[in-house]
Write a protein that binds this ligand. Structure first.
Ligand code: NAD
Length: 483
């Protein structure tokens, strides 16, 4: 084809394969709009083949001891690390995420595999003396074949990390990669092909309809782990419920507030908010601190600091380690983010910096958007309510603690919150009143493997990155032995 990365087939039953339709999806470098490779546009038939292959492999996989499975997961982790450079070059070119920070993605995926391998002996049941002579206990058993559906912002990291818990629990897996930026799924498959028995991991590429939807509705899929938008999460719950009872966990979007109380160090708070925006991937992060809420006494200073800091971000080639921000992921996402910026302007947001395409020859092609900050945000504005999933931050002010809490809770989301204050009582009482799954005091949201990451309200269902994630890939059976 002459594309930089060529054709990258799917992985079904240990074989690399095209789609039954023979159709392909072309990946575009978002920084240049160059075509860089292709993945098959999977079909319902391909999904059925993948689930059948996974089902065939599951009994053998589950027959291995927990230690054998753990050992193989650790080998997959080592395989990721051995190919880190190749994975990162492809991922940065395909996603537009800047390489300096993206380096962590391979390490995170490998770290998850090792963490869940380390939890092998924690898949414990319970016992209870329910009758005087009997023995009563629970077993934790795998579901069989599980589906994991992955978004475009960190495709390799999510696909790699999301193998770990289901596999350790004895399930086999079908992964659905995103429509855009799916090339690295093929490298993941190559590592799995060298280490795991055929069918234990299967990777199907293609569109949400038909691939994601067929997977969700497949009668052999009883457990679905989804990471993506609220709208798709709801569609998955509906589709699953239409066909049978399925276990669905959801990691969805966020509109995350960072609250700065009057006693806070405003410079540190603004640093945390700008870092938490994840401009390194153009703000395309579920945890982005897209709403900075500042007490009126610090507001003007916070506005000025944020403007200066965001305006100074260096946009550039995602492969250049000095670049601090790249383009957004795709043309459709570019249009979506630009339309939010238009709404911000139209609804009275005060544009502090950014708001358009950056100037300069290298930004003439590609999906480039300036890092953008709106001040004087009020809770009714679209940019204050809806997840933009782009390089757009808004700043608003409050007078009282109640007002701050009400604004923070005024969206449908509930993923993360940051609170800046040195008053421990204020910090903890506010943390308890905010309806999000993660709260950071004097910081912005972070992931610490071992502690749950997950959303409240429409941000999700089921914490991940912890023991609960492993257990959520098992089902419990009570066994009563009467004597
Ligand atoms: P998306 O919901 O559009 O797509 C996610 C995946 O779902 C893709 O693979 C897509 O093909 C698939 N899909 C689409 N329609 C489907 C259907 N009907 N049935 C089954 N699968 C279907 O999300 P996106 O645009 O790729 O990613 C951005 C979103 O993901 C944002 O909302 C972001 O906040 C969220 N996200 C959340 C987390 C988290 O941990 N909470 C992490 C990363 C991203």
């Amino acid at each position: 084809m002459g594309h930089q990365f060529g054709d990258r087939p799917m992985f079904i039953g240990g074989e690399f394969t095209g789609a039954s339709s023979k159709d392909w999806i072309t990946s575009v470098n978002p920084a240049t709009e160059e075509e860089i490779g292709r993945v098959p546009a999977g079909t319902a038939d391909d999904v059925n083949r993948a689930v059948t292959a996974a089902e065939k492999a599951q009994a053998g996989w589950n027959a291995k001891s927990i230690w054998e499975r753990a050992g193989l997961l650790k080998k997959v982790a080592a395989g990721f690390r051995a190919r880190a450079q190749e994975i990162l070059q492809m991922e940065a070119t395909d996603t537009g995420n800047t390489i300096a920070k993206l380096r962590a993605d391979v390490e995170i995926a490998a770290g998850y595999l090792e963490y869940f391998a380390g939890l092998a002996s924690e898949m414990k049941g319970e016992t209870m003396p329910a009758t005087p002579k009997g023995v009563h206990f629970t077993l934790r058993e795998p579901f069989g074949v599980v589906a994991r559906i992955v978004p475009f912002n960190h495709p390799f990291m999510f696909a790699g990390a999301h193998l770990a818990a289901p596999l350790q629990a004895g399930n086999t897996v079908v992964i659905k990669t995103p429509e855009t930026s799916a090339l690295s799924g093929h490298l993941l498959a190559q590592v799995c092909a060298e280490i795991l028995p055929p069918g234990v991991v299967n990777i199907v590429s293609g569109y949400g309809l038909p691939v994601g939807d067929t997977l969700v509705r497949h009668p052999k899929i009883r457990r679905i782990g989804f990471t993506g938008s609220v709208a798709t999460g709801l569609a998955i719950q509906r589709a699953a419920a239409e066909v049978s009872v399925k276990h669905v966990t959801l990691e969805l979007g966020g509109k995350n507030p960072l609250i700065v109380f009057p006693d806070a160090d405003v410079e540190k708070a603004v640093d945390a908010a700008v870092a938490g925006m994840n401009f390194s991937w153009a703000g395309q992060s579920c945890g982005s601190t897209s709403r900075l809420l500042v007490h009126e006494s610090l507001y003007d200073r916070a506005v000025e600091l944020t403007r200066t800091k965001v305006a100074a971000l260096k946009l550039g080639d995602p492969l250049d380690p000095t670049s601090e921000m790249g383009p957004v992921n795709s043309i459709s996402h570019y249009k979506r983010v630009m339309s939010f910026i238009g709404k911000g302007k139209a609804e009275g947001g005060k544009l502090l910096t950014g708001g358009g395409r950056p100037k300069g020859d290298m930004f003439k092609k590609g999906f480039w958007i300036e890092p953008t900050v709106f001040a004087d945000m009020t809770p009714d504005m679209t940019v204050a309510r809806e997840e933009i999933f782009g390089p757009v931050m808004s700043i608003g002010k409050f007078k009282t603690v109640d007002e701050a809490v009400n604004i923070a809770n005024a969206t449908e989301y509930g993923l993360t919150t940051g609170i800046f204050t040195n008053d421990i009582t204020l910090a903890l009482s506010t943390a308890k009143r905010i309806e999000t799954g993660v709260v950071a005091i004097n910081g912005s949201a972070m992931h610490h493997i071992g502690l749950p990451f997950g959303g409240a309200r429409n941000s999700g269902l089921g914490g991940e990155e912890c023991l609960d994630e492993l257990l959520s890939y098992t089902q419990v059976k009570s066994v009563h032995v009467l004597m």
